[in-house]
Ligand binder design. Sequence first.
Ligand SMILES: C[S@@+](CC[C@H](N)C(=O)[O-])C[C@H]1O[C@@H](n2cnc3c(N)ncnc32)[C@H](O)[C@@H]1O
Length: 200
Amino acid sequence: MKKQQIIWNSLYKEGLTWKKNSKIDQDIRNKSVLELGVGNGKTLKAILNKNPKQVVAIDISKEAINSIKFRKKNLSLITKDFLKFNTKDKFDMVFSHYFLNNFEEKERKEAVRRIKLLLNKNGIILFEDFMVGDLRHKGAEIEENTIEKQNGIICHFFTKNEIEKLFEGMGVESNEKIFNPVRGNKSVRRKIIKAKITKL
Ligand SMILES: C[S@@+](CC[C@H](N)C(=O)[O-])C[C@H]1O[C@@H](n2cnc3c(N)ncnc32)[C@H](O)[C@@H]1O
């Protein structure tokens, strides 16, 4: 993951930000929340607005964490590779928004194994990520449905079946969304998948 960390750091140093507001429908009042791959805090802002009890937000990039300018008593910001993150805490909710696409298959499975271990009984994972056929799904594949972008960043594109398999034994409600890109070529589509995954 070292190479990915170096690239993410340089992207954030150059001013990378995620802008489109995140919308959270789930009630997270008084819940303990873990956010994976917090980036510049776009989804984190929406999480904090919904009055959770406690939030731990983690990112492999120090530059990303440093770009988050707000602090709260109930918020811990941690610079760490999630695959090396150890804690005794368990969480009611884990947010994985555009996070699991950053891994090749072996690491992706390991990340999912770790997420499951961090969930409280009846805990929920709120997953959102790219789908196969999304407009970014182009370029040489290094694994099935996984590309290395020109800048060296790994990006995987999910299918519905894959999400069900990764989270087998859990309650998976998924929802595919296809829409026009905000900018650029309207003949290609954005394809994303959202899922609410419950520990049974
Ligand atoms: C697309 S951004 C996520 C945006 C953010 N979740 C949001 O909703 O605004 C992906 C983030 O995952 C982080 N990341 C990639 N690999 C990671 C890892 N192994 N551990 C922790 N964070 C990682 C990157 O540094 C990057 O900030």
